[in-house]
Write a protein that binds this ligand. Structure first.
Ligand SMILES: *[C@@H]1O[C@H](CO)[C@@H](O)[C@H](O)[C@H]1NC(C)=O
Ligand SMILES: *[C@@H]1O[C@H](CO)[C@@H](O)[C@H](O)[C@H]1NC(C)=O
Ligand SMILES: *[C@@H]1O[C@H](CO)[C@@H](O)[C@H](O)[C@H]1NC(C)=O
Ligand SMILES: *[C@@H]1O[C@H](CO)[C@@H](O)[C@H](O)[C@H]1NC(C)=O
Ligand SMILES: *[C@@H]1O[C@H](CO)[C@@H](O)[C@H](O)[C@H]1NC(C)=O
Ligand SMILES: *[C@@H]1O[C@H](CO)[C@@H](O)[C@H](O)[C@H]1NC(C)=O
Ligand SMILES: *[C@@H]1O[C@H](CO)[C@@H](O)[C@H](O)[C@H]1NC(C)=O
Ligand SMILES: *[C@@H]1O[C@H](CO)[C@@H](O)[C@H](O)[C@H]1NC(C)=O
Length: 476
């Protein structure tokens, strides 16, 4: 198969670049415009073509989940360690030396910072350390090595029992961290480019031997900030915090060609207190997917994803969904808040995926203030398609899906009404929908509902009978 759509040459991308260069402004404008249109309510502020952002209340944020460290006392450049930013020389040894040095020095008590100056810095995988900032200056580009040996194989995650794509171990991420605290990856919008095409080709031509690596993966780590950078062309999922707590990911641009396989944007996995805000994401898979392990391995590991906030995220994924919950969710997923989402030109808007054998639960999920344009299936809940790690999965391990609140959704030019397909013996319960307008759907098409129950109010087109439960709706 050929790679045809490089983001930069894609007209959608160029349109997005101009209108979403500043995600938070884009949102304020978008929501403002929507509110103004829907209410036809002219306020003094509406007279001005741009809302007065200075006077507006500070936007809601969960960034405080990251406890900012004191300024780093020790600051070095990758050039101090023999790094060469010529786009050809391998800097793997330089990065490893730099981080080893900064780790040993202890940063004089305040932690250390490694700067990456303007230039093109090719590197294989390297590990971060605690009390550490990786800072990409304006014009700095870190490029993933094209030598698979520079992405060594590490053990499978216990909650997956094997590599996600292939049995056994998996390639390490380009930038990796294990058991760390107080880590910052930031800069003046520098770029980390995984140069993933080599890996997508291996996947497409079926010669991939081990599961592909992520662009950035943090395992078992606490107090992490990833901000103000552009991540491109990840081989596999782009940012993967797993078994982590207090992770803030904000003001990020994440890009991959729209047909690049499994290039999810951000996948919080078995992690707590994760805050994702003000990001623009376009890729070949889900923009954000919340996960917690796979079948019997995820059930045994029992590490849920709890307290996950996704706010002011926009983007496009023509084959996947804006926000996905699952399908790996065997450790449980609860207390997820998703709001102020803008999804365009995508296969699905909100997608909940699970299956027999998963066990676990998906509970207390709130999704509100969503604008979609040209999203084929705005709301899609489904059971999977026999996607299990091995033959040992337990057919009696049924997931519990209960308490999904969806409100204030406008979807323009959608094609299909919602699909809400639960599992026999484990129906999805307490699905609450309020003020949801799905426009553009042919009136001849009906919702597809199976093994679900809930309540709806102010929802068009008319929901299936399963969501018209008559009786008390006080829970909704
Ligand atoms: C960062 O760079 C990306 C890619 O060029 C661009 O789309 C985005 O608008 C930039 N972000 C900021 C805050 O300048
Ligand atoms: C990086 O960390 C991984 C996992 O903790 C470990 O397997 C690997 O050996 C480390 N790599 C280096 C170069 O230290
Ligand atoms: C983010 O990057 C932009 C573009 O380089 C820079 O002007 C700005 O100061 C950075 N913001 C923060 C909070 O670091
Ligand atoms: C598969 O893709 C890889 C990476 O581009 C390439 O090295 C290899 O020759 C390809 N194999 C086949 C059978 O096409
Ligand atoms: C989730 O957030 C709530 C409220 O902020 C907090 O009380 C609770 O401890 C958090 N849960 C976990 C597992 O950290
Ligand atoms: C449900 O999740 C929300 C966050 O979305 C949280 O504020 C609330 O406390 C949770 N409710 C329960 C009962 O845990
Ligand atoms: C319904 O949703 C729209 C769009 O999200 C919002 O502007 C409007 O205020 C909502 N109406 C109510 C009654 O909440
Ligand atoms: C609820 O009420 C509607 C409209 O009165 C009716 O068509 C529908 O069959 C009822 N649903 C159930 C589950 O009883």
């Amino acid at each position: 198969m050929m790679m045809t759509m490089q983001s930069d040459h894609n007209p959608l991308f160029n349109a997005a670049k101009s209108s979403f260069s500043r995600p938070s402004w884009a949102f304020t404008l978008l929501l403002f415009a929507t509110a103004a249109t829907l209410t036809l309510h002219v306020t003094t502020r509406a007279i001005s073509p741009l809302p007065d952002l200075g006077a507006a209340a500070a936007p809601e944020t969960c960034s405080a989940l990251f406890h900012a460290p004191p300024p780093r006392r020790l600051v070095k450049s990758i050039a101090d360690f023999g790094g060469v930013g010529d786009g050809a020389t391998s800097n793997t040894a330089a990065f490893r030396r730099a981080i080893e040095f900064l780790e040993k020095s202890g940063g004089g008590g305040g932690g250390a910072q490694l700067n990456v100056p303007r230039g093109r810095w090719v590197t294989g995988s390297f590990n971060l350390t605690s009390d550490f900032t990786l800072f990409l200056e304006d014009g700095a580009v870190i490029l993933g090595s094209q030598d698979p040996e520079e992405w060594p194989i590490i053990e499978a995650l216990p909650s997956y029992g094997r590599g996600r794509e292939r049995e056994g171990g998996r390639h390490i991420s380009l930038i990796h961290g294990n058991s760390l605290t107080n880590v910052v990856i930031t800069g003046n919008n520098g770029t980390i480019d995984g140069q993933g095409k080599m890996w997508w080709d291996l996947w497409w031509n079926r010669t991939l031997k081990n599961t592909r690596g992520h662009l950035v993966e943090l395992v078992n780590s606490h107090n992490i900030l990833i901000s103000n950078l552009t991540f491109r062309n990840s081989p596999f999922w782009t940012i993967h915090p797993v078994y982590c707590s207090n992770v803030v990911i904000r003001d990020m641009t994440i890009l991959a060609p729209l047909n690049a396989p499994n290039t999810d944007g951000i996948d919080p996995d078995s992690s707590t207190n994760v805050c994702i805000e003000d990001c623009y994401i376009e890729s070949g898979d889900d923009l954000v997917a919340v996960k917690s392990g796979w079948d019997q391995y995820g059930i045994a590991t029992a590490k849920p994803s709890v307290n996950i906030t996704v706010r002011r995220v926009s983007g496009t994924t023509p084959t996947c969904s804006g926000i996905g919950i699952g399908s790996e969710m065997s450790g449980g997923i609860s207390n997820v808040l998703v709001e102020d989402l803008y999804i365009r030109d995508s296969a699905a808007g909100v997608r909940i995926k699970t299956d027999k054998g998963r066990g676990g639960y998906i509970t207390n999920i709130t999704i509100q203030n969503v604008v979609m344009e040209r999203v084929k299936v705005p709301l899609r809940f489904s059971r999977g398609a026999d996607d299990h790690p091995d033959e040992k999965w337990d057919p009696n391990a049924l997931p519990l899906v209960r308490g999904i609140w969806i409100s204030n959704v406008v979807s323009k030019d959608s094609r299909k009404p919602p699909l809400l397909i639960g599992i026999e013996g484990a129906p999805f319960q307490d699905i609450c929908m309020r003020n949801v307008s799905l426009l553009g759907i042919s009136p001849s098409l009906r919702w597809s509902c199976e093994f679900v129950s809930g309540f709806s109010d102010g929802v068009t087109p008319m929901p299936c009978l399963e969501l018209q439960r008559n009786g008390s709706s006080s829970w909704c």
